[in-house]
Structure formats: C-alpha cells, structure tokens
Design a protein around this ligand. Structure first.
Ligand code: GLU
Length: 447
C-alpha cells in the first residue's frame, strides 16, 4: 500500500489502533482464537495419521515467537510506537517462510496460526521451507508512503538476524506488497556488510522483478487458485465457461483470481471487501474493477455493479465462491446462505470448522487454503532459487512450473481422499504431517 491518504496521526500506532469504523465486517477479535481453530484442523488430521505424541507436541507450538516494539518518526515529527511480530513455527524442512502482514488487528495468536499453516503448506507441496509469519499492527492506509517506508525499514532493522536468506524469509501478505519487500531487502542488505550484500537478495521474496523478484510471483496465488478450480471442474465434469463466481476480497489474490477465471469464461457476479459488497448478475469486469480499487482502495462505489449487503452477497446465485480476504469470514450463517458448488480458499483460514462441516454435509466441495492458495509460496520458492543461482527464469517457465506443481499436489490430495475417505482439508494436512513425521522419526531431536 503506497498510496498517499489522509491520516489520523494519533491513531496509527498500536496504542490506539484504527478500527475500520465504516466496515460491515465483524472484528477479528470477535471471531475466536485463530490458533485454537488451526490446532483443531491439525488435530483432526493428526488423529487420522496417528501422529506420534512427541511430534504432535513439537508441532503444537511455534519454535520462536518474537514481539518487537519500535518507534517511528511520523511526517509531522511525532514519534509513534509500533508493535511488530515474527512467529517461526517450524524449520525442519528448510528456512522459516511466510508473509509479513500489516493490519490494524494483527495479533500474536493470528500470527501463530498463520505461521503454522505455512509449515503444512510447504510440507504438502514438498517445498524445502518451514513455516513463519509476521507483520506490524498498523493500518497501512493511514500512513504516507514515507511513513510506511520508515516503519518497514525500522522493523526490518529491529528483526536483525531473526531473518535471513537461509534462516527466515518474509514475503508479502495482507497490507504489504512488492514495495514493502524491496524496502526490507534493501535495509537488510545494507546492514550485513558490503561483501555479502548481493548474496542476501533472497532474504525476502515477492520483490519487484527489477529488484530481484520473479516473473509470475505477482499473480502466483490467484493463478494457483485457478489451477485448483480448473482441476476441480474437470473432475466434476463442470464447465467453467459461463459459470457464476463470487469473490470476497479484491487484493492481490482476489483480483488475479477474478481476472484469470474470467479468461476461462467465468462470470464474476459478486465481489466484496472491507468497504462493502457489490453485485451484477450480468457480470463485473475484473479489469475495470481493479482500476477502481487501485484508485479508491475498495470495490465499494464501483459503477458497473449495484451495492448489496454482506448477507445478500453470501446468498447470491453462484457456482463458485472464492474467499480471498481475511481469516474466519465464513461462519455457519454464511455457510447456510451459500448456494455454490465449491469453495476455493484463496485466503488463509477463511472457514470456521462448523461452517465447513455444514458445507460438506450439503455436498459443497471445499478446496482448503494450504492446497488452494499455495501458488504464492511456490513461486516464492522459485524466486529464492533464482536469487541463489543468480538466474532469471522467463515468465512462461515460472508459470509452467507452478502449474505442474499445483496439479501434482492436487492429484496427490485427490488420491488421498479417494483412498482414505476423508475431506480435502484433512487429506492435505495428513500428507504434510506424514512427511514431517517421517523426517522427525529419521532425525530425532538434538541432543
Ligand atoms: N503470504 C503468502 C501466504 O500466506 C505467501 C507466503 C510466501 O510467499 O512466503 O502463503
């Protein structure tokens, strides 16, 4: 988020976080403890694979939980204290890996859940990374570009050796983008000493292509969602051409999912975000909507659709729902309202366990986050490899590799579901957990 917006200086820092006062969304705090919900999902799969008690114990908590309070000088000269987080859940398979989120409701339990999901996501796709997540408790829309730069640089500096290209590798997430990653990289590179500077480029992924990022990373998560939807459609003999899609969240993931689905002929009939919900049964042009969002930061007020309420959105006549906003947006009430055939989780943890049970009972397919939204971290892995090897892969090579990897993992999960008669989320976790179990059994713990 690098747009200049009017600011309310007293409210940017953690002491007085800014709530989205005009928002129709329930507050994150009211939605329950995200880490407990994450543990419930893991426990179900852990029971299924009969995970060793010792391994369950290790995975039940992150290895490291870091909270950093740091001051930043605002444009008007005031100093504001910010709260930054980095949770490192597991690094059995490789460096901790995961996004940095800037959000006014960021909290430790949320970071713990998100970090653990990264561990299972990497394990499921056999990417040599562990799981981590972090961020800053701040509403980035309330800061100027230069304030955001100072927050990012000071936070990165304060993290010090807690990140590194072979230790812990941040990436974009909600409220951060390529620019944020480039500031992080530049700050990190400049403190390590000039001889090592260039070997440090891989300290973050999701950078701009000019500063060492990978082609294809920007659209990777949305593209991965679309690969899953396409696989699901061919499994179910479902024609995407002309089908109706609703999407919640129109940031990086939602907007690319919308554009790529519409290329397949899908019609986007409803979209919503923190600013409001809109619908048009004739279809919403995702390119035009993206232009509107780039200017106004919300889908609300888009001229090519009419304004609807949140409840109405979930009840829209559609075939596919892509949650691509924050966690725990899809509760039992929303699940009961949904009339879709499948839910493709672009967001991390969008679905309450009760809501998922309800959806599965009424025959709705749910493609879980750790399978469906993993395109981002997969291409992050390709970016990291390119940085290590001082290579640049062309756009098609990255996209082809991503497609192969997504389809391969999708097929593995499909096979697991067919053999073990479990739901797709349990199967996805089970595959990841089994791999972690084999490695822990081989390696034991030190000393
Ligand atoms: N934040 C993204 C996720 O939740 C990407 C992580 C990454 O690329 O490391 O998967």
């Amino acid at each position: 988020m690098t747009t200049e917006t009017p600011k309310d200086k007293a409210s940017v820092g953690p002491s007085k976080p800014v709530g989205a006062a005009e928002s129709s969304e329930p507050s994150l705090k009211d939605r329950g403890n995200l880490f407990e919900i994450a543990m419930r999902q893991v426990d179900k799969a852990a029971d299924h694979v009969k995970l060793d008690a010792q391994i369950r114990q290790i995975l039940a908590q992150p290895k490291n939980e870091l909270i950093i309070n740091f001051p930043v000088r605002m444009d008007d000269g005031a100093y504001i204290m910010f709260k930054g987080y980095r949770v490192q859940h597991n690094n059995l398979f490789g460096p901790y890996k995961g996004g940095m989120r800037y959000h006014h409701e960021a909290n430790l339990d949320e970071m713990k859940a998100l970090a653990s999901w990264m561990t299972y996501k990497s394990a499921l796709h056999e990417i040599p990374f562990g799981g981590g997540k972090g961020g800053v408790k701040v509403d980035p829309g309330k800061l100027s570009r230069s304030e955001l730069e100072r927050v990012t640089r000071r936070f990165t500096h304060a993290l010090g050796n807690n990140i590194g290209p072979d230790w812990d590798i941040p990436a974009p997430d909600v409220g951060t983008n390529e620019q944020t990653m480039v500031w992080m990289m530049d700050t990190y590179m400049n403190v390590v000493g000039q001889n090592d500077k260039h070997s440090m480029r891989g300290v973050v992924t999701g950078k701009s292509v000019t500063s060492g990022g990978s082609y294809g990373r920007r659209e990777a998560t949305g593209q991965g969602v679309v690969h899953c939807v396409t696989e699901w459609a061919s499994d179910h003999g479902f024609n995407l051409d002309g089908c109706h899609v609703i999407i919640q969240g129109f940031g990086n993931v939602g907007s690319y999912a919308a554009r790529l689905l519409s290329q397949k002929g899908a019609v986007i009939v409803g979209v919503g975000d923190v600013g409001g919900y809109i619908a048009n049964p004739e279809g919403i042009n995702p390119h035009k909507l993206s232009e509107h969002v780039a200017k106004t930061r919300t889908v609300a007020g888009y001229r090519g659709a009419s304004k609807i309420g949140r409840e109405e959105f979930f009840g829209l006549e559609a075939d596919i729902f892509v949650p691509a906003a924050l966690e725990l947006e899809l509760g039992l009430k929303e699940a009961k309202a949904l009339r879709v055939k499948m839910v493709a989780e672009g967001a991390n943890g969008p679905t309450f366990p009760e809501a998922e049970e309800h959806l599965l009972a009424k025959g709705v397919s749910v493609i879980p986050d750790i399978l469906c939204n993993s395109g981002g971290v997969i291409v992050s892995y390709y970016e990291w490899l390119q940085n290590k090897r001082s290579e640049r892969w062309d756009h098609n090579e990255v996209l082809n590799r991503l497609e192969r990897r997504m389809k391969q993992t999708y097929a593995q999960v499909r096979q697991y579901v067919a053999t073990h008669h479990v739901d797709w989320r349990t199967a996805s976790y089970a595959l990841g957990l089994e791999r972690l179990q084999v490695a822990y059994r081989e390696r034991g713990i030190f000393p």
